[in-house]
Write a protein that binds this ligand. Structure first.
Ligand code: CU
Length: 224
């Protein structure tokens, strides 16, 4: 499901090498296909890369993006596959150690996961935001029907400035921790907060149920 398995059974070194070599062009095609089809993300309030995919996926070479949506611009410049694979921002084999596996400053890239594909998500700046009230609902879209062991939702403390600060665990307040969700395509998570105004980051952790696979998703919001 993540394209990382290239096991050979030892029958023949040559056969194994031929398999690996033959699979390289296929992997290249898979990486270019949009979007990949086996995972998910927070679609509302949109995660950083899902928002950039949604707004610019059909127009990603438009130079107007640099002025109109500069954080998406830098993300597309850094690696378009962060958007084509908007549903692939996860880590495998976390063992529940989110803070150990995802160090400060790398929360929005899942700890520089997938060889740094999503590193542009960690860049502070004027990310487009979604307006929310104190109480709002997160919609996570799960193309693969993984289910959830749990969701944990954090929101930045009042005073944090997403335009200038990179995100660290100390900046976050845990505002929601759910139980399990059965496999489906659409998961809704109700969140209650208080005391926030202006721009903030919502950080959603999705522990998928089919494997030790954990998604780390930053969504930009403005509290009205
Ligand atoms: Cu998946």
């Amino acid at each position: 499901m993540n394209g990382k398995t290239h096991e050979t059974n030892g029958n023949s070194r040559w056969f194994g090498r031929a398999l690996v070599l033959a699979s390289v062009p296929l992997l290249g095609l898979t990486a270019l296909a949009a979007p990949a089809s086996a995972h998910g993300s927070v679609v509302d309030p949109a995660s950083r890369n899902y928002g950039c995919f949604e707004r610019w996926g059909d127009d990603f070479q438009n130079p107007a993006m640099e002025q109109e949506d500069p954080m998406c611009w830098q993300a597309w410049q850094d690696n378009p596959n962060a958007m084509w694979n908007w549903n692939g921002l996860y880590r495998d084999n976390v063992g529940g150690d989110h803070q150990g596996q995802v160090p400060d400053g790398t929360l929005c890239s899942g700890g520089n996961t997938e060889g740094g594909r999503y590193d542009s998500m960690d860049t502070p700046g004027a990310w487009r935001t979604t307006d929310v009230a104190d109480d709002f609902t997160i919609h996570l879209y799960d193309q693969a029907s993984h289910g959830a062991d749990y969701f944990q939702v954090y929101v930045t403390e009042q005073g944090f400035d997403p335009a200038t600060q990179s995100l660290a665990w100390d900046d976050l307040e845990l505002v929601e921790e759910t139980g399990s969700y059965p496999p489906g395509n659409d998961y809704l998570i109700d969140v209650s907060t208080s005391g926030r105004t202006g721009d903030h980051v919502v950080f959603t952790i999705w522990k998928a149920s089919h494997a030790d696979q954990v998604y780390y998703l930053c969504s930009d919001v403005t509290f009205g």
